[in-house]
Every structure is written in C-alpha cells, then in structure tokens.
Design a protein around this ligand. Structure first.
Ligand code: ATP
Length: 632
C-alpha cells in the first residue's frame, strides 16, 4: 500500500481516459462503417434509396433510445412519442403553404405561411421533442424499474391520443401528406446521422453518463457519494428525446406522409427490438441493431409480398394457400425471444465496439495513466472541531424497534467502534445516519448543523462517506471509474486527467492501482472492500462510516488494512465509525467503543472498559468474546 500520504513525485496524467477513448474510437469506426454500407448498397442498385434513408432514421432513433435506456437501465417504451413530435413539428414548417391552408387550416398564421427547408426545421423539431421530454421527464425521473417502464408506455399512448385528437395540429387520424421528399438529401441525412452519433458518444463519455450508470448499478451507493439520480435521469431522458425527435423529423421527409399510426405500437416494438438485439447499454450496439432490423424488416416485407402472390392458390385436397400477414411482427417477436434466451445483453453486450475490437486489435483500450508511477493524495484537513453526533436516535419497523434512543458522538481524528451481536441495529444505525433511512425520532448533528432531515446526497456532499455491509460497487464500471465518480462529485471543476490522477492516488493508497482498468465486479472480495473504502475516501470526507470493512478478507488483508485506516485519521483528521464483527481489529484500532444490543446502547467507553463490562459479555454469550478480553 502507499508509502506515505504526502509523496510529491511527478504526476503525469493520462492524456485521455479510457471511456473517452472508447467513445472516440467507436464513433470513428462506426460512422465510416455505416457510410460504407450505405454507399455500397446504393451503388449496387439493389437497395432502394428510401430504404437506406429509413436506415439512417432508424439508427438515429435507436441511438437516442439506447442512450437513455442503456445508461439509466430503464427500458423506455415511450420514445416514439418524441419521434412523432419531431415529425409533426418539422412538417408544420416544411409543408407547402397551400397544403397547410388545406390540411391545417386552423394553424397560427406564422406557421401557415412558413415554408422552411428541412434543415431549418430540424432545430425546431429537436427543441420541441426536448421540451416534451423535459415535461414528461419531471415524472419519469421520480420512477424506477417497472413503474418507469409503464409510465413511459403511458406517454406513447397519451401522445397517440393527442396526435389523433388534435386535428387542427395534425390532421387527426388522417395522414398529413405532401411533405417535401426532395429535401431528404444525403448531405442532410448523413449530417444528422453524424451529429446524433457524435452527441450520443459525447454524452456517453461524460461524467454524467458515468454517474447515471453508477446509479443504474447501485442507486443507494451512488447517493452515498453524492450523485443525484433524478437529475441524471432527467438529463438523459431529455437529451435522448431530442435525438429521437430529430429522427422523427427526417422520417416524415422520406415517406412524405405521416400519421398517428406511424408513431404507436408497431414503431415502439421495432425500436425496442433494435436496441435489445444490438445491446442497449452500448451506443454501438443500438446502431448495429438498427441496421440489422432495417434490413430484416425489408426482407420480411418482401417475403410477405411474395407469399401474398400465392394466396388463394390450391395446395392439395382443397386447401388453399393462406393470405400471409403480420410476418414482420411475428418474426421480430421470435427474434426477441431468441436474443433474450441466448444473449440477454444483446450482440455487443455492455461494451462499445472499440472495446470489443480493442481486445483483439488494441483499439480504444490501453493504459489509463501513461507515465504515471506515483500519486499524491489531496492535502485536506478536517477541522478539529468537526463532530458527528446523534441524540436519542430511534428507528422503528412495524413491531420492532431496530434503534432505541441511540446517542453516539464521533469527533474528528478518532476511530470509534460500534459493535454488537447480529441484529443489534448497527447497519440500521449507519443507514439512518447517512440518510438512506429516515429516523423515527431523535436528531443527527453534523458539523454543528441539524442534519436529521438531510438526504443521503446532501450528507455525502457535506462530507459523510460510507461503505456497505453487502458490498455495493458500480459493477459495470471499472475500478478507476468507481473512484472517479466520487472525485468528480467532490471536485466537479477538475479536468478529466486531473480527476483520473486524483482517483488513482486513492487507488494507489489502498493498493489497487494495478487493477484500475478491471471491471469492479471482477475483483476479489477483499479488493472489492478496499475499493469501497477508496471510493468513500475520494469524497474527502470528514467522517467515514465503515460497515464491516474486513468481512470476507483473509487475515493478511485484514492486517494490511489497519495501517491505511490509522493513516487517514492521523493525516487528514477524518473521524471513523467502525462497525465490525472482528473484535480483535476493533480493540486494536478504536479509541472508544459503543456497544449496541437489540437496538439499545448497553455500553460505551475505552476498549478496556467495554471488555470488562458484564452486560457486553452477556450480550456476546455464544459469540466469539475472546478478543474482547485478549486485545483490550
Ligand atoms: P448484523 O451484524 O447481522 O449485520 P446489525 O446489527 O447490522 O446486524 P441490522 O441489520 O441493523 O442489525 O438489523 C437490526 C434489526 O432490524 C434486525 O432485527 C433486523 O431484522 C431488523 N431490520 C433491518 N432492516 C429491516 C427492514 N428493512 N425491515 C424490517 N426490519 C428490519
């Protein structure tokens, strides 16, 4: 582990972090690849131009949908609403005035008279979709899991009803036709495709995407390092609405006709199949899914047409060849079933194309910190008068008082133990203290302020770090990204290389620097525990609440953790509340110890006092009490 906390060796930050590198490479690979496919298909003369343009539309729409669903983990069934909004708003401005006076006679005059180009209408379409996204996002951001999926589906239903009902704006159930298809030119579509992919990959490379993914993996842990989930869901929902709105605007100008039915269940289903097939956690996967489904849709349509020519012809014994319909929907359903069974995470899984190819050809991966050999931890000092204190804190569940009038005080620069037999209420205490649970009664004072009503996010941002009894790492993020997430919350102004170096310094301090680029879920148990501590330390907390930090560690790992814990107390003045069943460790490290039993404090004092307390010994009857007496 670290030789010292204040080494001043030269730091050479990596030029570019792994996530950005992967996004850049993926963009650089995918866009030319798509253009080459389009070029070859176009030159071959076999594929119609309209189909290729629709392919671009599908890629943009799937990219937008995947950007939200992939980063948030919420499979949205509602993005087709934004597709429709983009299509109608763009049509309002590009339809010839004569057509509008006929189809949309009740429209405001300035829209009636507008005859914009498709390009000029695109920003309006994107903006309108984002406004609808922002309004609906206020609701979506408060929901999770199934409720969020159902609410998103509700959005598409509401949008459909509005499209069909608002006759003055949409011509109702009738189609809006006469859109200028001649404006659907390749420069416009390729430009829009490049812009959408660039926007998606850019967003994916930002700390906002990393924070969103952290929340997707472990919401409670993300709050514990100060990430605000609602803000991130809102951000990605709204941004993705804009991208899908762009696709809708282009769509109308390929077909020349739009109607509410085009923005309902069939389109929703097709988009969902695209992103599930490719792998919706990856922008590259969504692009690949869109290409495959566009081609498949055409093949199924042609097959249906071909089979239709046999309809009514006699096969044998008076049986006639049936009229084939719904082949596309049935085939998509079967495809979804096969994918979900064989490869639930989609073709590309969770990775961008550069990461997939990177393993083979050295693209997009590479070292995170070329040239860096040693790291310097930030020099911060917790004010000496900092105090974390609870007064008569209680937490009740129905029929059970998990915490009963618990008053605990931890000062800066001390290690305080909180021990007690299983079910005593230790984890509940940490959860209440960190805002994961609200107290039934009592108060929490944090740095001389009343923090009883503070949220987990506010407490974390104010300097309360924690780890979890059941390890809660951001499993799909790398070891380094787990820590960078906390670094960027603590110091948002840091440049990417600076944040990377800061995170590496905490990893190095806990002996994890060699594992920086490994996915955290692949770490050994002991390393996972240390990573949780590194992540909490990256918040530069005043107080650190450790919930069984050595559970699952072997004796050597446990021993090795003691020194860094002592170091952070002596160097930074952090106050530690240590919940631990390893009584030997508690006795060796702690200045004072509180003992909980059945939700109540039964003892408090120095290790020696606690070890000789009869009530404590009784509470531990049947458990390992040797360490109480041996190491006090
Ligand atoms: P251990 O050392 O085994 O982790 P602990 O001291 O951390 O135990 P807690 O997990 O805080 O104990 O549990 C205290 C009591 O509260 C237990 O009786 C537990 O069953 C109960 N409890 C904890 N969480 C809940 C919950 N969400 N709903 C109802 N009861 C709960």
């Amino acid at each position: 582990m670290s030789a010292g906390l204040t080494d001043t060796a030269a730091i050479t930050p990596g030029r570019i972090d792994q996530r950005t590198r992967e996004c850049l490479w993926s963009f650089g690979l995918l866009l030319p690849a798509v253009l080459i496919i389009i070029g070859l298909a176009s030159l071959s003369g076999v594929v119609q131009r309209e189909l290729l343009l629709l392919g671009c539309v599908n890629i943009i729409a799937a990219t937008g949908l995947g950007l939200f669903s992939g980063t948030s983990g919420i499979l949205s069934l509602g993005h087709v609403a934004f597709f429709g909004v983009g299509a109608y708003v763009s049509a309002w401005f590009t339809l010839p005035a004569g057509m509008k006076s006929f189809l949309l006679a009740d429209m405001p005059l300035f829209i009636q008279e507008a005859e914009w180009s498709l390009v000029a209408s695109l920003p309006m379409a994107v903006l309108a979709a984002m406004v609808v996204g922002a309004v609906s996002g206020v609701i979506i951001m408060r929901l999770r899991d199934t409720s969020a999926v159902i609410a998103s589906f509700g959005l598409v239903v509401i949008a459909y009803l509005i499209f069909t009902g608002a006759k003055a704006l949409t011509n109702g159930k009738q189609s809006l036709y006469g859109l200028p298809t001649e404006q659907a030119t390749w420069p416009v579509f390729i430009g829009a495709l490049a812009a959408a992919l660039a926007a998606a990959y850019y967003l994916k490379s930002t700390r906002f995407a990393r924070n969103m993914e952290a929340t997707r993996d472990e919401e409670q842990a993300s709050r514990s390092i100060g990430i605000e989930p609602q803000f991130h869901i809102f951000l990605f929902w709204t941004a993705s609405a804009g991208i899908v709105g762009l696709a809708g605007a282009l769509f109308g100008h390929v077909t020349g006709v739009i109607s509410p039915n085009g923005f309902y269940l069939e389109k929703t289903f097709a988009l969902v199949v695209m992103i599930i097939l490719g792998g919706y956690r990856s922008v590259s996967g969504c692009v690949i899914g869109a290409v495959v489904i566009t081609v498949a849709e055409e093949i199924f349509r042609k097959t249906e047409e071909y089979l239709g020519t046999f309809a009514g012809t006699e096969l044998a014994f008076g049986f006639e060849f049936p009229l084939v319909f719904g082949l596309t929907a049935i085939s998509f359903s079967i495809m979804i079933l096969i994918i979900l069974y064989k490869r639930p995470e989609g073709v590309l899984g969770y990775r961008e194309i550069a990461a997939v190819l990177g393993g083979r050809f050295g693209l997009g991966g590479g070292s995170t910190d070329e040239g860096a050999s040693d790291y310097r931890l930030p020099t911060y000092a917790v004010p000496r008068d900092s105090v974390l204190e609870t007064t008569a804190l209680s937490k009740s569940y129905t029929g059970l008082k998990a915490l009963d009038d618990v008053s605990v005080r931890v000062e800066a620069g001390e290690i305080v133990g909180l021990i007690g037999p299983n079910g005593a209420g230790k984890t509940t205490f940490i959860n209440v203290l960190t805002g994961s649970l609200y107290a039934s009664s009592g108060t929490i004072r944090f740095n001389h302020e009343d923090g009883t009503e503070w949220s987990a996010v506010k407490l974390a941002r104010s300097g309360l770090g924690r780890t979890f009894q059941n390890i809660r790492l951001f499993s799909s993020l790398t070891v380094l990204e787990n820590v960078i997430s906390a670094v960027t919350v603590r110091t948002p102004g840091l440049s990417r290389p600076e944040a990377q170096v800061r995170a590496m310094s905490w990893l190095s301090f806990l002996g994890l620097e060699d594992k920086a680029n490994i996915l955290s879920r692949n770490l050994a148990y002991g390393d996972q525990r240390r990573l949780e501590i590194a992540r909490a330390l990256a918040l530069e907390p005043a107080f650190l609440l450790l919930d069984e930090p050595v559970a699952g560690m072997n004796a050597a790992e446990t021993e090795a953790l003691k020194e860094p814990l002592r170091q952070i107390v002596s160097e930074f003045g952090i106050g530690i509340l240590l919940v631990e069943h390893d009584l030997k460790m508690v006795m060796q490290l702690c200045d004072r110890i509180y003992v909980l039993n059945k939700g109540q404090l039964i003892a408090e004092g120095s290790p020696t006092d606690v070890a000789s307390n009869a009530q404590v010994v009784e509470a531990y009857v049947g458990e390992e009490t040797d360490h109480l007496t041996t190491h006090a």
